[in-house]
Design a protein around this ligand. Structure first.
Ligand SMILES: NC(=O)c1ccc[n+]([C@@H]2O[C@H](COP(=O)([O-])OP(=O)(O)OC[C@H]3O[C@@H](n4cnc5c(N)ncnc54)[C@H](OP(=O)(O)O)[C@@H]3O)[C@@H](O)[C@H]2O)c1
Length: 110
């Protein structure tokens, strides 16, 4: 799964919760060092878990796409995408929107 804006705050708390239940998580935020530090801390606290870091500004579509490419390659597939830092509507065709948390479903194509 991917959680945007997960180097701190609610996104980081969500990452912790999903790791506790066995999910593989890609941590992402704009600042590379904060993003990587958060992922390293989570990896240390959840031994054996799959935790990856990828810096991306989700307001820049190319960076959001690069995050999706990275996650798909690292995790084999993206089951869940949490738009904590903001919706990434350009990615909707690549995702099962029923698994997108915090999206306004009325904005998604049926
Ligand atoms: N906390 C609340 O009570 C509350 C209530 C209602 C709604 N919300 C919403 O929930 C979300 C998270 O809130 P929070 O309190 O956890 O915020 P926060 O502590 O400020 O954390 C925000 C996270 O998002 C990242 N981020 C910010 N802009 C980004 C962007 N353009 N692209 C990628 N990552 C970005 C930040 O890291 P970088 O700076 O490294 O990018 C950080 O990891 C926000 O959308 C907020 O509006 C929060």
């Amino acid at each position: 799964m991917v959680i945007t804006g997960s180097s701190k705050g609610l996104g980081l708390a969500l990452a912790e919760q999903f790791l506790e239940t066995g999910d593989a998580v890609v941590v992402s935020s704009r600042d590379k060092s904060r993003c990587e530090a958060a992922a390293a801390d989570l990896a240390a606290r959840f031994p054996g878990a799959t935790v990856r870091a990828f810096p991306a500004d989700v307001s820049v579509s190319e960076q959001a796409e690069a995050l999706a490419d990275f996650a798909a390659a690292e995790l084999s597939r993206i089951d869940i995408w949490v738009n904590n830092a903001g919706a990434v509507l350009s990615l909707c065709s690549r995702l099962d929107h029923q698994n997108c948390i915090a999206c306004q479903h009325s904005l998604w194509p049926s």
